[in-house]
Structures are given as structure tokens and as C-alpha cells.
Design a protein around this ligand. Structure first.
Ligand code: DC
Length: 238
């Protein structure tokens, strides 16, 4: 996997890691926080999704790790923040921001996520980005594996019922057709796979601050994070 073509910027020193299960609000919070801090934003899940999309398109056997490694080596994933349009994901130069959110991609990402050598490449690439920018990074293994020395670590969680409800509302807003019971089952399975894989499983880092967003608004979560960041962060300026 080739690193992004974005130009090198001055070395970043602050990494804010946000991990947690699907639907806990990581993306919304990480995006808002990075905007408030004028930090870069890295959605690590988007990288796993982009490679999954390519594997599906090329009809590669997803259980064949060697094939996935070869595929990753031949792939360029680029994340760019477009003015006022948020983060855009480019797969070999093609904007796949919308395509990587399909249910098919969502339900097949675990193949890429469980492959140790592919994960190692992803982690290397994510570290390269993190060393160049002050950055908010969200994912599953950011505080535990990718940036164990992150300046700040948060583990964002919410009750399963609340998380599945958020997903349902999100998909309805996108006018997607789906069965709610199937979606809940898939979310449960994804949580299980994320938490039990042998490499980079989802778990709270020992030094992460846990935030339960079940009964909190986005602003309340950001405020909680802000209280931690501003108390410690000499170099963090909103
Ligand atoms: O954050 P997301 O739901 O878009 O991530 C999609 C999948 O990618 C998730 O189910 C597991 C995988 N993933 C991962 O293994 N490690 C990460 N750091 C981020 C995502």
C-alpha cells in the first residue's frame, strides 16, 4: 500500500485517539473535534473499508490473506479534507467516499481487519500520517496499537440499543433500504468480530478515558473531551 500523495507538513506532536464500537459516535465527535482544534482527521475504518471495496470489485477471495497482502501492496489510499465537504477517501485516485459505506462493504470489512499482515501495513501508514500532523484519529486499535503513546486517548461507548438506533436513523436518512432486525444482528456480529480478533482487537486502552455517550448529545461528548484536552494541552489551541 502506497502512502498518500499529500505533501509532507511539519511534524505534528499531538495525537488524540478515539476508539470504540460502531455507532458510538466516533466519527461525528472526531470530525467536530478536529475542526474545533484545527487538527487533521484520520478515519482509520475508511482505510479498511476502501481496501475491502477493491477486493470485492476484483472478486478476490477474501479468506486468502496472501492475495489481500498483494492487493494492499498495489493499492493507494488517500484521505483528503475537502473544504466544507469533510473527509474524502480516494482509492487509487477514485473518490470512493460514498461507495465504502455500502452494507456489502460494511459486512465484509472484517476479512481485511483480521489479516495480520494487512493490518501491519495499515498501522504503518497511519503512523506515518500521525507523525506529520496534529491529528484526531478514530478507529478500533488507535490507542492500543497504532498510537500507544498518543497524547490523549478516549474510548467512546454507548448501549447496544442506542448504537443500533443511531445506525438505523443514519441509514434511513440516507434513504437506504434495509431490515432493522438484520441490521441489529449484523452490528452485534461486527462488534463481536472487532472485539475478538487476534490482531488489533477493539478494547479500551488502560490509560484511555471512557465516555459513555448513551445519554449524551454530541456537544456534551465534545465538552467532556475538551475538558481533558484543555487541562493538559499546552499546545492545543481551539
Ligand atoms: O469505523 P468503521 O465502522 O467505518 O470501521 C469499519 C471496520 O473496519 C470495523 O468494523 C473494523 C475495521 N477497523 C479496524 O479493524 N481497525 C480500525 N482501526 C478501524 C476499523
Amino acid at each position: 500500500m502506497a502512502p498518500s500523495s499529500r505533501p509532507n507538513k511539519p511534524l505534528g506532536t499531538i495525537v488524540i485517539a478515539i476508539d470504540g464500537p460502531a455507532g458510538a459516535g466516533k466519527s461525528t465527535i472526531a470530525k467536530a473535534l478536529s475542526k474545533r482544534l484545527h487538527f487533521s482527521y484520520l478515519d482509520t475504518g475508511a482505510m479498511y473499508r476502501a481496501l475491502t471495496l477493491k477486493a470485492l470489485r476484483q472478486k478476490i477471495s477474501l479468506g486468502n490473506e496472501a492475495a489481500l497482502v498483494t492487493l494492499a501492496q498495489e493499492t493507494t489510499i488517500d484521505l483528503r479534507t475537502e473544504t466544507d465537504q469533510g473527509l474524502h477517501i480516494f482509492l487509487d485516485g477514485e473518490d470512493v467516499t460514498t461507495a465504502i459505506r455500502s452494507l456489502e462493504v460494511t459486512n465484509n470489512t472484517f476479512y481485511i481487519a483480521r489479516a495480520p499482515q494487512v493490518r501491519a501495513m495499515m498501522v504503518e501508514w497511519q503512523r506515518a500520517i500521525g507523525s506529520r500532523h496534529n491529528i484526531v484519529v478514530e478507529g478500533r486499535d488507535v490507542g492500543t496499537v497504532v498510537f500507544p503513546q498518543a497524547t490523549y486517548k478516549f474510548y467512546l461507548d454507548a448501549d447496544f440499543k442506542e448504537r443500533s438506533q443511531r445506525r438505523i436513523l443514519e441509514l434511513k436518512a440516507q434513504k437506504k433500504v434495509f431490515d432493522e432486525d438484520v441490521l441489529k444482528k449484523e452490528l452485534q456480529e461486527r462488534d463481536h468480530k472487532d472485539m475478538t480478533r487476534s490482531v488489533g482487537p477493539l478494547k479500551q486502552a488502560a490509560d484511555a478515558v471512557r465516555i459513555d455517550s448513551t445519554h449524551l448529545t454530541i456537544e456534551q461528548v465534545i465538552e467532556k473531551i475538551w475538558q481533558v484536552v484543555k487541562n493538559h494541552g499546552q499546545a492545543v489551541h481551539p
